[in-house]
Design a protein around this ligand. Sequence first.
Ligand SMILES: C[S@@+](CC[C@H](N)C(=O)[O-])C[C@H]1O[C@@H](n2cnc3c(N)ncnc32)[C@H](O)[C@@H]1O
Length: 282
Amino acid sequence: MERILPVLRCPYTGLPLQAAGSTLLAEGQFYAIVDGIPCLVREDQLAEIDRHFQKQYDEQAAEKYDRAIDLLSVLGGCWAPAQRRRLARLLSPPKGMLLEVSVGTGSNLPYLTQTLGGTGLIVGIDLSQAMLKMAQRRAQSLSVPTYLIRADACRLPFADETFDAVFHFGGINMFGDIRQAIKEMVRVAKPGAPILIGDEGMSEKRRGTWLGRCAAKMNSLNLCRPPFAAIPWEDVEAFRLHWAWREQFYVFRFQKKRPGSQNEQHASTNVQAEVRRRIQGG
Ligand SMILES: C[S@@+](CC[C@H](N)C(=O)[O-])C[C@H]1O[C@@H](n2cnc3c(N)ncnc32)[C@H](O)[C@@H]1O
């Protein structure tokens, strides 16, 4: 933990944390480290919906999660590992520190490690201790140091502008505060850092197909819409909407805005090219 201690913050006050035996401490607030995983969450501060899903993952989902996702992806006509590899490549992180928000059982970690080229480090946060413990097992065979922390995506326990890239896939649709979670991912990213956010939500094309209707019956989360209104547009640039898992998941890929870079809309000088771009969705 020593390597990431300088960037850890109390999620409620923003104060730096200090190691004190098997706890982390900030101005009288103690956070336990359980099985090597710092728990930077206060249960009384969690939104009801986050508490609900945390319980579900802790008590029912963790053990079965990977098999269930593999099965669902085959039923949906794709292969989960190939989709995860594609998303890691789409993020295309520069070398340095990468944050995975809602790391779950760590299924994306091998692919994120590959894209880092075996350098840098990864920090994974999740609300479920059971999911984190599975990620911890997986992380043992990775070629980059990986630190796991129990934290709420809506209150990330890190200093501003810490990470060179931020990745989130699966979960945000049901977070207590979607807008706040995206704001937090942008806050902890360095200027210019790539950020990828994806979750269930079928494209219009997919909704109209037989497979799309089956997917909606199997899992109503597939009917979610991409949360465009929750993006802090003034703080992001190079935004693109992608689709993954045969258009069953929306994927936002953008960068944290660099100081001095103009808003894209105002920077655009070639109106014809901009009209073409908007029509073609490029
Ligand atoms: C569908 S799983 C996705 C796991 C992993 N990202 C993947 O690609 O397989 C959703 C994860 O989000 C976590 N989660 C739910 N609410 C959260 C919150 N408010 N903060 C952090 N993690 C949360 C759950 O514990 C669970 O591990």
